[in-house]
Design a protein around this ligand. Sequence first.
Ligand code: GLY
Length: 380
Amino acid sequence: MSSPVPVPPAAAWCDALQHAAAQYRWLLGQLPDAKRYPRTWEHGKRVLVRPADWTSGFFPGALWLLAGLTRDATWRTSAATYTGGLEGMKANRRTHDIGFMLYCSFGQGYRLTRDPHYRAVLLAGAESLVTRFNPVVGCIKSWDTRAEWPFPVIIDNMMNLELLLWATQESGDPRFREIAIRHADVTLANHFRPDGSSYHVVDYEPATGIARRRQTHQGAADESAWARGQAWGLYGYTFMYRETRRPAYLAQARKIAAFLLGHPRLPEDKVPYWDFDAPQLERAPRDASAAAIICSALFELSLLVADEDRRQYVQFASVQLASLCSPAYRAEVGSNGGFILMHSTGSLPRGSEIDVPLNYADYYFLEALQRAAIAVDRRS
Ligand code: GLY
């Protein structure tokens, strides 16, 4: 019999859903049309992006999450409108971000509606994504844009594999899952350091599959632990284990979790600085998006392990969720450009999106709320 997991401080987030719904209703009322998607609020302006932006799926995804969490069907109309605007991305072969764009929007929509058209869009998107797979490397190529990296693979790319696992489950075509497993295995072999932290970019030689360089694009240094990169890795290996039950993936998820949970530079509120190795740490901006992704992943991982680990993951994620629900991170309704959370960091080395709201912080925060309810329900 498993030992009981302590009840997390649920009272700290019990009004979070109501608040998030009020904030997104206000945001919807501020948007000029449904052709562009709110990404952030920077320098006093709301940044709206086109469907081809890597973050376009998060806003419709958040609307679907609100529809599910509130059980209020009125959210479905705007969720469907913003989701529909992304359909063209199913044919986009120029980016690895198809999983983010489509699985967070059409995927969340399909989960709630079972609309066969959504299913068809997702399967077409999976077909586009696998065109970027190189069997010699064993990975899906992330970017086509940097001449010095002939075949870059970023840790973030793990997130796109969930669409592929889903595609095999839905279609019965094993190709998608095989590619997801190969990508996860090669990433496991090449992206991680002995302490469980990960590099951001591994660049491969396309003709031989040799890992040429390990570098960063958004972190403080090639050898640093960029906070959101660690979060993507944890989330990625958690669902890879959930869907395949391969012990190596669970071991990796636990290793990443151990790195994060015990990190000496993690602040008490468990919302990481933008990079665990950022210079002048005390003055470094936080990254609430990394906290939200870790929080959602840990609630999920808690369902896949037993006893002590479960207790530890639920406890940690609950502290994170309570922090994100506190006035330190949660904006007043009608402020923060209409986004739920404050204090995320997009790309500090490029001077872009520093200490701002980000649509993906909101998305994973809402998902964490949803998963918290399930994880806490199964706490004993
Ligand atoms: N996938 C891009 C980022 O995490 O900023």
